[in-house]
Ligand binder design. Structure first.
Ligand code: F0G
Length: 529
């Protein structure tokens, strides 16, 4: 008989507002997308005492990746201990133990991804292997849905099932929708995805349609889609829509494990640099949280530096950090934590956990930042009708929802932010391909950004650099074919869109997208909820 799932020893998880001036905590059983008291982002935080007692070093996780034994019955995503060890997310479950019992966990073996040493590509962008420089590619395209999103989705679906969610939804530039659709199909939780009209690569759209998610093509961009969906979740709670975007703090818990696997791939040595593309800033936020926690637990002795790379046509973070100088200030007066927090709405039961007062739990996750400056910048962008535009459609985002958490990461990891233009992105995407590792355009931005920082002398040629390749090459074949053949993908897209007006699918399982106006009532009517 296979070993039975057990509860994580001594796990005490709670949700915690990142704003040091607020300091509110909430139980994990509550479904929240922001702090009800102050409107800021939430973390999942923990009482770490059990981890401190049991885990002497990261090597403690060594045995789990080589697990043998039964995984899942076909079509099942329920956890068994060996299925958990098989997952590159859940083999680190002790560091994200927000679930009540291991049998709550929804997994399909996500996160079995590679840290690939890439000397040839490294040399091509200026790293010198002869002087000890190393480039590694953390290839998240190997996930079940072909992008890093599965790391987060497995965690968010675990939470969704714990709280009994009966409909899940996301706004997406494509990969979130593909990943959500996979987990929704396997758990049979009805799913809706909101995508910007004409704003999604066909590889990703194809996945959401095939996995049976209801797909709403909203007349607008990603920012508009997310704003509408948040409006539905907040204003119409009776519809019971569970939000799967990265404002959901449970998703980011799963994405922390990308960093654990990088360390694992380096035999638990800490690299000098992590380079990641920045869109909605979920990854960078999760990476910073992972390192803040590991450092505070004494499981690493230093943190790597981080470079977040924006596309030139979607460079809100770059502007906010490098031109406006907005920064994260950690901690906050311990006496203000909790004090002065407006009472939560009557429907919310606010639980305060003594372990988490002051600077935000044991790890010190709380801080402050200039909220008014961000509001002013967004107002300016709206007035100027500035819209994100880049060939890397995955990161075509103007208002990154996790921006404050990313500021925290930049503080904790001594991070830098740069932008790279579209031509540089596609050239570096092609260069990655040339050395045998395909990726989609947004992922090419990380290699392009690393090259820029090496040229600037910020990243040393003799340093160890890990570029995160966030999505598989086959996600966006139009850009690749366009690059290699000169076929104008925009024209091709327009033709497809024309066809879309008249063509009728005939397949038994056809799941055509529904065109909807950017209007709340039309969207809710189309959702049929
Ligand atoms: N790379 C890829 C391939 C992505 O799909 C995304 C985000 C990012 C990078 C940016 O990551 O948001 O954590 O900074 N895609 C989202 C989506 C927005 O809807 O699929 P981030």
């Amino acid at each position: 008989m296979p070993p039975q799932p057990t509860a994580p020893p001594g796990s005490t998880a709670f949700q915690s507002c990142i704003n040091a001036a607020c300091g509110a905590n909430y139980p994990v059983s509550q479904v929240l997308i922001e702090c009800p008291a102050c409107g800021c982002l939430l973390d999942v935080d923990y009482d770490w005492s059990s981890v401190r007692q049991r885990i002497p070093g990261m090597w403690w996780f060594n045995g789990r990746s080589s697990t043998t034994g039964p995984r899942h019955a076909a079509g099942s995503v329920d956890a068994t201990p060996s299925a958990l060890d098989f997952s590159g997310v859940w083999r680190f479950r002790d560091l994200l133990a927000f679930y009540g019992d291991e049998s709550d966990i929804v997994t399909l073996g996500e996160g079995r991804t590679n840290l690939q040493r890439a000397d040839l590509l490294g040399s091509a962008i200026g790293i010198t292997p002869a002087s000890g420089g190393r480039l590694y590619l953390q290839y998240e395209g190997f996930n079940p849905s072909g992008s890093f999103k599965d790391n987060g989705m497995t965690a968010a679906f675990t939470h969704a099932r714990m709280v009994g969610a009966h409909r899940v939804a996301c706004a997406s530039t494509g990969n979130t929708s593909a990943s959500l659709a996979v987990y929704a199909a396997l758990t049979q939780i009805p799913a809706t995805v909101f995508i910007g009209d004409g704003k999604i690569a066909y590889g990703k759209l194809a996945q959401a349609l095939d996995y049976g998610a209801q797909t709403l093509q909203i007349a607008g961009d990603f920012d508009a889609c997310l704003a509408r969906l948040v409006e539905i979740v907040v204003k119409r709670p009776e519809l019971g829509v569970y939000l799967m975007n990265s404002v959901n703090p449970f998703r980011l818990e799963g994405q922390k494990t990308i960093m654990y696997r990088v360390l694992e791939g380096l035999d638990w040595r800490v690299p000098d640099w992590i380079v990641v593309p920045g869109g909605n800033l979920g990854n960078s936020s999760a990476f910073g949280k992972a390192f803040i926690e590991l450092k505070s637990l004494g499981l690493i002795d230093r943190v790597p530096r981080l470079a977040v790379i924006n596309a030139g046509g979607a460079r809100t973070l770059d502007r906010v950090v490098n031109e406006m100088g907005v920064k994260w200030t950690p901690g906050g007066p311990a006496s203000t934590a909790g004090a002065g927090t407006p009472p939560p709405p009557a429907s919310q039961s606010l639980a305060r956990t003594s372990a988490a007062r002051g600077a935000g739990g044991e790890a010190g996750l709380r801080g402050t930042w200039d909220r008014a400056a961000l509001d002013r910048e967004y107002a300016r962008m709206d007035k100027a009708k500035e819209r994100a535009h880049t060939v890397a459609s995955a990161i075509e985002i103007n208002r990154p929802v996790n921006l404050p958490k990313c500021l925290r990461t930049l503080h904790a990891m001594n991070g830098v932010v740069r932008s790279v233009d579209d031509t540089t992105i596609v050239e570096h995407k092609a260069l990655v391909g040339r050395y045998g590792f395909g990726c989609e355009p947004a992922s090419g931005a990380s290699v392009a950004g690393a090259k820029r920082l090496i040229d600037e002398g910020v990243i040393g040629k003799d340093q160890t650099v890990v570029c995160i390749l966030t999505g598989h090459a086959l996600k966006d074949p139009d850009v690749t074919v366009g690059y290699h053949t000169g076929i104008d993908t925009k024209t091709a897209g327009a033709v497809m869109s024309e066809l879309g007006l008249t063509a009728k699918p005939t397949g038994k399982w056809s799941n055509a997208p529904i065109k909807v106006k950017d209007d709340l009532d039309s969207i809710i009517a189309a959702m049929g909820v």
